[in-house]
Design a protein around this ligand. Sequence first.
Ligand SMILES: Cc1cc2nc3c(=O)[nH]c(=O)nc-3n(C[C@H](O)[C@H](O)[C@H](O)COP(=O)(O)OP(=O)(O)OC[C@H]3O[C@@H](n4cnc5c(N)ncnc54)[C@H](O)[C@@H]3O)c2cc1C
Length: 459
Amino acid sequence: MKIDARPDMPAAHAAHWPHVVVIGGGASGVLLAAHLLRDPQAALRVTVVEGRHMLGCGVAYSTNDPRHLLNTRVANMSAFPDDPDHFRSWLEQGGHAATGACFVSRATYGAYMTALLAPLTADGRLRCVRATCLRLTPAKGGVAAHLDDGQVIPADRAVLATGHALPEADPEGLVLGAWEAAPPPPSGGRVVIVGSGLSMVDQAISLMASGHRGEIVALSRRAQLPRVHAPGQPLPLDRAEIPLGAPVSRLMAWLRAQVRRAEAQGGTWRDAVDGLRPHLSALWRALPHADRARFLRHAAPWWEVHRHRLPPESAAPLEAALNDGRLRLLAGSFEGASRDGTILRAHWRPRGEDRVLSLDAARIVDCRGIRRDPRRNATPLIADLLTRGAARIDPLALGLDVTPDCAVIDAAGRPDPRIRAIGPASRAAFWEVTAIPDIREQAARVAQVLRAELVRVPA
Ligand SMILES: Cc1cc2nc3c(=O)[nH]c(=O)nc-3n(C[C@H](O)[C@H](O)[C@H](O)COP(=O)(O)OP(=O)(O)OC[C@H]3O[C@@H](n4cnc5c(N)ncnc54)[C@H](O)[C@@H]3O)c2cc1C
């Protein structure tokens, strides 16, 4: 449905305006709503459906530990790419003395996301519903969202901003999820953390700050820690000089050449990695499937530790703990857990060996991050779309298959413009659409497409 934009139309008439229902009120859903309604004259209604009690926080920004910092500088975390100072100004208005180069807490960022919505709900164009969407079905002129509280919300368009497919809780209760609430472990007991990425860092920092005295062991295949941020300038890279579509081995050789180029100019490898960032989705889309698979198998773990870096404030306590033995890194694979009385055992296979060893532990925490099998961890909504053939998973099982403008592709390969997917839910098509600087660009683009489809502006 396309109706005339009527900036003078009072909110009472808003019921006739085109309606977008956004499923998921984490950062992606909130960013999309903010971009859709950013223009105060946009004659559009948006409903955000979120199952949790906090809007804008999702998995990443629900933490209330002030030591859990953003891994992106304030200057790069504005909700609006064309207003890069927006987040810093909001911080300043709230009395936070933050510069663009700072790393503030993730809880603060969650508050910023929530604050984005307040003016939009006040003028009646945005409605937030606390419920879980179980099904999306075709309806006259659009879609209908069926919620777990019995409501059915009709809309012209639906956007899936459902985020990461989270692993189920361990049915045997031996391994705690990274984001599961639990009382602190016995202070002198060993904690085995599976994974050595950013979620491990959160866990280790919280444990040490709470006075935990026992050993913390971080176990991961390559025992690689995220690298640390340092001042720098992204290397300016022109799209034309990037070997789009080249095999992964050639791409990696080309990237190494860019690192040497950055270093020759007095910078570091970070400048080459950051310079590549605006081109990542084009690079991904140009890669044939076999090369995407090769990248995931061999290069992705290296890419991730260089790309998703630690703020120096988080790296310092970690380094101190590694030096004095409170934290130990092990390279190997986690083979499972068992219980012997009150003692837990983490079974692991050292890298390159056949033997399986065991570590006694007071707690085992799974910090392997967000799982990538969107079928096994599908929510009822996604499972229903897949079962009915209204959506399909990409061949590498990264997520929903979507077109470049985020329309969900059905089982027969037809894009459905009534349902779009954004954020990590759409990562199969873009790979790097998990951090705010990428999600906000995508939200701006999708909002523009939706407005163009739904709202006809009078000449
Ligand atoms: C621990 C962590 C730290 C991070 N730190 C940074 C950082 O410092 N800087 C940065 O740029 N990026 C960071 N990221 C990455 C990025 O910001 C997140 O991936 C981003 O928040 C994704 O948001 P999302 O809304 O798509 O997904 P999610 O955060 O997963 O939110 C999805 C929401 O949808 C809801 N939902 C799902 N299905 C339904 C349904 N059927 N009905 C109703 N509601 C539903 C869920 O309840 C959830 O709240 C971090 C990510 C993580 C996990």
